[in-house]
Design a protein. Structure first.
Length: 176
């Protein structure tokens, strides 16, 4: 008899466990929650940071050394992400502009020639005007590579013979 009673009790418990787990109440992110005072979103505990925030911040504020590899990477990334709007030479005549989108400012504009490297990095990261943020698409190291390539584009159009090192200048002057 006790065995039958045990089976009946267990059957009752198992039947009582049906809580319709697939039909739980759901709250949208900013709605009010009956359990909490305020919204469903809970604030993070004090002094918490995301797992990779320190590395991300360091990469965002540490400009790498200028190397041929960095410029090559910047040229590749520029061709993928920037040239559709800014054009291959950075003058703002990319294919998207030819299809009717607003023309971005040329990198050879006096205002952008005077801008510091961090400005370009921040614009790539956060967007500016009609340009949206590329932070999720382009890693920080590649953003710095793109900035280096933008500077190379600017220098290519606005360089003078005085900008060339002396040993290289003699080779240029000797060429026919």
């Amino acid at each position: 008899m006790t065995r039958l009673a045990l089976v009946v009790v267990l059957a009752g418990l198992v039947a009582g466990c049906d809580q319709n787990m697939d039909e739980q109440p759901r709250y949208s992110d900013y709605s009010r929650a009956p359990l909490f005072r305020g919204s469903v979103l809970r604030p993070s505990p004090a002094n918490t940071i995301a797992r990779d925030d320190p590395e991300r911040e360091k990469a965002a504020h540490t400009k790498p050394a200028l190397t041929p590899e960095l410029l090559a990477r910047g040229k590749e990334r520029f061709g993928i992400f920037c040239s559709p709007c800014h054009g291959g030479g950075g003058d703002g005549t990319g294919i998207i502009v030819q299809r009717g989108m607003p023309r971005p400012t040329s990198y050879h504009d006096d205002r952008l020639l005077a801008a510091d490297d961090q400005h370009f990095f921040d614009v790539i990261t956060n967007g500016y005007g009609a340009m949206y943020s590329y932070a999720a698409r382009v890693p920080a190291a590649d953003r710095w590579a793109i900035v280096a390539y933008i500077r190379a584009l600017q220098l290519s159009r606005h360089a003078s013979l005085d900008d060339v090192p002396a040993d290289e200048r003699s080779k240029l002057e000797a060429a026919p």
